[in-house]
Design a protein around this ligand. Structure first.
Ligand code: CTP
Ligand code: MG
Length: 468
């Protein structure tokens, strides 16, 4: 059982062994669960194959992803099913001839989704199946076409023992908030975990490498020079796909994920705890009086229900970046942090700043001394008539101090004007600024994301929560 990490832990820190044993017990499916999941996956695979029997393009229906690799986590019920077409067809064909056929012939609850191509997500009892069309035509046409090659590679290189190491790594990354390549997380994908374990040989060796290395470079194609690869892919983690030397498997992984994983690895190896894998979630205490002196604002964006998560998360992150830049340019405001919270109907960009009101005065810079005499007089007369303080010379420029108009006093008014100017469609159809902590809390409560807001307020790394 799990020879790798369970042997290595003795040397590093015997306490690790206990934690790892505990996790393995929870995440490794027993034979009964394995049978249940594989027979279910096979049943759906067959049903899809049958429903497409009269398709005029040759195809095969196959199970890939963590179920095929034996790296799925106990109690996970996600199945990845691929329909591999042996002839190139259009997106329209995929939609009309394949997805519509499946929808009309199979009695599942379907959701149509989009990645590079349209695909279906089916909810069948406690299971979720992603049914993804792709091509098998001897060259890569769409991103999913590499998937069967991934399964082939892992069948050859990932033993049952290593599969448990992958389970440990996935659970660890889930716990610290670094699992999943989607835009929301920009963490490590399941496939990246599998390749890391194949390369390093165990969960603990992966952590050891994260804790020590400045960057991670793994080349399964054995065809890249490290420096050249770094220049080409420009990422902290580069894992060249064994199925394609031009693809970095971790292209979507952010620097933040790398730093977070590095920190968690260092801390875990020194002071192991189950909390890295299963962080404490009991967080719903919030003490309003302790927040009185702090200043929170939120931009609440109403989601367009037609838009899939990767698209609206991408746009929400762009809006978040613009907001950060906008606030960063207001001299009196210090921006501590922003984050995004996703509820069913709304996305919230939550912001903490040092203050929500600007100074009662503002400085008006006028023309420099070498400007035309006419412009200088115009500026001076204009502001003296408004009873402004000054003018005096600041460097080469004339300066007045004026009363700030009421309409410019509050940060939320500036923010509101700013959001009006930027594009929020197609992902969002309207917005609202929540200007007080009370207002934010009441909205978050109403839409079931108060815990996320409390995590934002507390901002404690997941594995350090509930220590008090
Ligand atoms: N895949 C990939 N790169 C990604 C996401 C997915 O190459 N960023 C491919 C891989 O071949 C992977 C398959 O799609 O095996 C299925 O992806 P997914 O379900 O996201 O991951 P799993 O490996 O199945 O992990 P999990 O247990 O979380 O489902
Ligand atoms: Mg999967």
């Amino acid at each position: 059982m799990c020879a790798g990490s369970l042997v290595e832990c003795q040397d590093i820190n015997p306490e690790i062994c206990k934690v790892i044993k505990d996790v393995i017990k929870r995440v490794r499916p027993d034979e009964k669960e394995r049978d249940l999941v594989s027979s279910f996956a096979e049943k759906i695979r067959l049903e899809i194959e049958r429903s497409l029997q009269d398709l005029d393009v040759p195809f095969s229906v196959e199970i890939h992803g963590s179920i095929a690799h034996n790296t799925w986590l106990s109690r996970d019920r996600d199945v990845d099913i691929f329909i591999l077409l042996e002839k190139i067809v259009t997106k329209e064909y995929i939609k009309q001839e394949i997805l519509e056929r499946l929808k009309s012939r199979l009695n599942y609850k379907f959701e149509q989704r989009y990645a590079e191509h349209p695909y279906l997500r089916a909810h069948i009892g406690e299971f979720t199946a992603d049914i993804v069309p792709g091509f098998r035509v001897g060259k890569i046409i769409s991103a999913v076409d590499r998937t069967p090659l991934h399964t082939e590679f892992l069948k050859r290189n990932l033993s049952d023992e290593l599969a448990d190491e992958v389970r440990l790594l996935k659970t660890f990354l889930k716990g610290i908030g670094a699992y999943g390549a989607e835009i929301k997380t920009r963490g490590l994908s399941g496939y990246a975990c599998e390749l890391l374990v194949v390369h390093f040989g165990s969960f603990l060796k992966v952590l050891d490498s994260f804790s020590k290395e400045e960057r991670i470079f793994i080349d399964f194609s054995k065809s890249w020079e490290k420096e050249k690869a770094i220049k080409t892919f420009r990422r902290k983690i580069i894992i060249i796909d064994p199925a394609d030397r031009d693809r970095n498997v971790t292209a979507n992984t952010s620097v933040k994920t790398f730093y977070l994983t590095k920190l968690a690895s260092k801390m875990f190896l020194e002071k192991p705890s189950i909390k890295f894998f299963y962080p404490c979630v009991k967080e719903n205490r919030i003490d309003l009086t302790s927040l009185k002196k702090r200043c929170f604002i939120s931009v609440m964006l109403e989601k367009n229900t037609e838009i899939p998560p990767d698209t609206y998360w991408g746009q929400a992150k762009r809006i978040e970046r613009l907001v950060r830049r906008f606030l960063g340019n207001i001299r009196e405001i210090y921006l501590y942090v922003t984050n995004i919270i996703d509820s069913k109907k709304y996305i919230y960009i939550v912001i903490e700043v040092n203050r929500a009101e600007l100074d009662p005065y503002k400085e008006i810079k006028g023309p420099p001394v070498w400007a035309s005499t006419k412009d200088i007089f115009r500026f001076i007369n204009d502001y003296i008539s408004k009873n402004a303080i000054g003018p005096w010379l600041k460097g080469s420029k004339l300066v007045f101090l004026v009363n700030r108009p009421k309409s410019e006093k509050y940060l939320i008014d500036h923010l509101e004007k700013f959001i009006r100017r930027i594009r929020i469609n197609p992902s969002f159809i309207s917005f609202r600024i929540l200007g007080t902590t009370e207002e934010i809390i009441s909205m978050m409560k109403k839409y079931g994301v108060l815990n996320e807001f409390i995590s934002f307020v507390n901002r404690r790394l997941p594995w350090l929560r509930c220590n008090d």
